[in-house]
Design a protein around this ligand. Structure first.
Ligand SMILES: [Zn+2]
Length: 433
């Protein structure tokens, strides 16, 4: 019997051949975010979390930086994680040698593909670029490394040259081409077209690396996947240079629910992962952040709250448990009587329709005065106030008092409180005493 039950234990569902693989670069592009520094123990914790969640490959950093960076990469390699460990390199043999010293199984070899970079950053020629790629890819493949050739600034490159770039890499045995929209200047339609072309003509697996300068990192990553890319470079919370990269949680959940592609990650730990990276990067998660923000499952307006109470599918695209969040019915200016009824029912009080209307009027007045949603304890004070106005005040210790205690017990704290103390859904500060 026990052995039968074991089949119900949900393990790390990592499909052997997922249609799309996640290569997370929180530890490389994420840490390149201006002002973000991870300590070595934070890097190790993030790598472990990414592995536990089931990410297929982790871009751990840049061994050529030497010192601590190299030491932390070695430590991550020594963890013996299930995920592939990829190190970032310039197209320089010495960089790849540093990666080999760390024991990684994969390397990204990065080279500019656009004329603007070739002329104004490298001061070299297109031929030099192709020669460097050939030399470095051949070197890395000779050492049995998995090789991603990163076409930096690919979105501004000449398409015919990008194809030559891709073919040169392929001829030397590269495993994939990373298409970098380095400046985040593409839209999903252009992305779809260029990736369709490269996929058809280039003959290499393609990875999407997108930036959010125009708010389209996730959309562009998805457009690339729709056009045939099979890898996607993400960061937790969308960290990354300037406006950031495509967010891991957004890409995975959009693939799952909009693209019907399950990459096999344990998404129920996304909020936990986001919170850890937010703390390590000193970047708070906005309440309204897609997928993992606490407001994603907070409902206040009467029509929405009532609809969600009747059936969550009325106003939620997926269940909060799917990403490790909790649903919240927030009581405030936009609440309706049904929310009031349900809220007080939680406290063990059955209010009449008339009571609900009376309490709601006071709730709205208070929420406007305070410019925020209300805490459970405040709701109980309002209820006592309401009873007092009716000339029917019930002293604390009687049933209203018990209900106040219940209000404390049901989360205490707070009607609009966010799960795990990550700020409040309504963006209000502080907690009731
Ligand atoms: Zn980047």
């Amino acid at each position: 019997m026990a052995s039968d039950l074991s089949s119900f234990v949900i393990g790390r569902a990592r499909p052997a051949e997922p249609a799309v693989r996640i290569d997370d670069t929180t530890l490389r592009d994420g840490e390149q975010t201006a002002g973000v520094v991870f300590s070595n123990h934070e890097k190790i914790r993030i790598a472990k979390l990414l592995d536990e969640v089931g990410v297929h490959q982790i871009e751990v950093g840049i061994p050529a930086m030497g010192g601590d960076e190299k030491a932390s990469i070695k430590q991550i390699v020594d963890l013996g994680l299930d995920t592939s460990i990829l190190a970032w390199n310039r197209a320089v043999i010495g960089d790849i040698q540093d990666s080999l010293d760390c024991g990684v199984d994969s390397v990204a070899i990065s080279m500019s593909a656009s004329d603007i970079h070739i002329e104004h950053k490298l001061a070299k020629s297109r031929q030099w670029v192709l020669d460097q790629i050939r030399e470095c890819v051949a070197f890395a493949k000779d050492k049995d490394l998995y090789v991603s050739v990163n076409a930096e600034d690919a979105s501004r490159s000449d398409l015919e040259f990008l194809l030559r770039f891709c073919r040169a890499a392929k001829e030397e045995g590269a495993d994939r081409l990373r298409f970098c929209d380095t400046l985040g200047i593409l839209d999903p339609f252009d992305t779809f077209n260029v990736i369709s072309f490269l996929k058809k003509e280039g003959g290499l697996d393609i990875e999407m690396h997108t930036h959010d300068d125009f708010g389209m990192a996730t959309a562009n990553a998805l457009a690339g996947i729709k056009a045939g890319a099979t890898y996607v470079n993400t960061t937790v919370n969308g960290l990354g240079e300037r406006a950031g990269n495509a967010a891991l949680e957004e890409v995975v959940m959009a693939l799952k629910y909009l693209g019907k592609v399950d990459v096999g990650l344990d998404t129920s730990r996304f909020r936990e992962l986001s919170e850890y990276v937010a703390a390590a990067s000193a970047r708070t998660i906005p309440a309204w952040k897609s997928i993992v923000g606490t407001n994603v499952f907070a409902h206040e307006s009467g029509i929405h709250a009532d609809g969600v109470i009747k059936n969550p599918l009325n106003y939620e695209a997926f269940a909060p448990e799917d990403v490790g969040l909790e649903r919240q019915i927030v009581v405030g200016k936009h609440s309706g009587t049904r929310t009031i009824y349900r809220k007080f029912q939680e406290f063990g009080l059955e209010l009449t329709q008339e009571d609900c209307a009376g309490v709601l009027a006071l709730v709205r007045q208070t929420a406007v005065e305070l410019k925020r949603a209300l805490f459970d304890k405040e709701l109980m004070y309002i209820y006592q106030d309401y009873l007092g106005r009716l000339g029917d005040a019930v002293p604390m210790g009687d049933h209203a008092g018990e209900a106040a205690a219940a209000a404390e017990a049901t989360g205490g704290a707070a009607a609009p409180a966010a799960p795990r103390g990550a700020g409040t859904a309504a963006g209000s500060a502080g907690k009731p005493a």
